[in-house]
Design a protein around this ligand. Sequence first.
Ligand SMILES: Cc1ncc(COP(=O)(O)O)c(C=O)c1O
Length: 415
Amino acid sequence: MSESYIQSLFADRIGGSQYGKSQNIYKFEKIKRAKRAAMAMNPGAEIIDLGVGEPDEMAFPEVVSKLCEEAAKPENRGYSDNGDTVLKEAAARYLDSIFGVSGINPETEVIHSIGSKAALSILPAALINPGDFVLMTVPGYPVFGTHSRYYGGLVYNLKLTAENNFLPDLDAVPGEVLRKAKVLVLNYPNNPTGAAATPEFFARVVEFAKKNNIIVIHDAAYAGLIFEGKPLSFLATPGAKDVGIELHSVSKSYNMTGWRCGFVTGNPLLVKAYGDVKDNSDSGQFLAIQHASAYCLDHPDITRKISAKYSRRMDGLVKALRAAGFDAKKPKGSFFLYVKAPKAALVNGSKHIEFGNAEDISQWLITEKFLSTVPWDDAGSALRFSVTFAAKNVEDESRILDEIGKRLSSVKFEF
Ligand SMILES: Cc1ncc(COP(=O)(O)O)c(C=O)c1O
């Protein structure tokens, strides 16, 4: 059959006439395939999925009730555009009460998002011209960089490593990149490393941004999910509102990934520009969802309960991985445990297996041990274990953590 003329019409940014022809299989697709293959080869085996990037539980019942109540109101039925005042005001209260960020003007300094991902895909249209550099951290969540490239922007990667506490070395950006750099994207608590920022680091970021005329976008998708201390907002840093914005979301902190709601807050000029592009991209999230999200922001105890669960699971996972030889340390927050990938393994004291990179060991863990993880090879080789694995109750959770330990007990990993 001859090729459809449609094949020649794709934009260069997604591959042009070669779109869809690449044989490359992306990381997450490889994991899915390996999982499917392991299940097909071993019917009835229990696959423990430690690769999931979202909560394992539903939104809390009171939030679901609030949604139902709000969904029944005729005034909430239509396009919400850039939103009404309910979420904006709740966001300002939330920033104040949880992060000590006072004085946010709900009218000019907050606009909702249909999740942080949507905001990260909208913002480059407001900021990036061809040839502009974006400073992004790796390993990390790439959405802002992907869309920046769509607009002709260039991405400079800053490596996050255990040696720098997973905080980028801003002094390492070469002068020629810095001159063309427009945006620095940060994310703390961090996916995938679980690292948290510090007030000192954020103060350095503000100084760096002012000195180099750079806009800071802080993606706080995991804000509130912390295991010690108090949640930290970039906007709590003196001068932060002069240089940037912060993205919040109810997805992870309130078990609401499917609901698609968050907000963008901070510098009013940046918030306005986001709102202008957003207004031309979507017609706003359903007001009932926005109002239920506003209810969440006024009930931070929900996040505290979710954090406590992840913290408990994290303790068990760290123990199991340490017993297997991993240098696992409990992270400061998020639901991710990021550990250095082993180079080899001795199985049952006899069989020696070498791993070329994190992807190799991740494939081996799923195939041989039915443990699904996410590999990262961007800044050294590492594995991401997520504590959002499915468990029926706390007893089942302990059983699963014990089971992870048991499955790894016949293996001696080499690093
Ligand atoms: C760092 C980071 N930012 C943003 C998102 C997307 O969040 P949302 O559900 O609010 O779009 C994710 C989701 O995995 C994430 O890990």
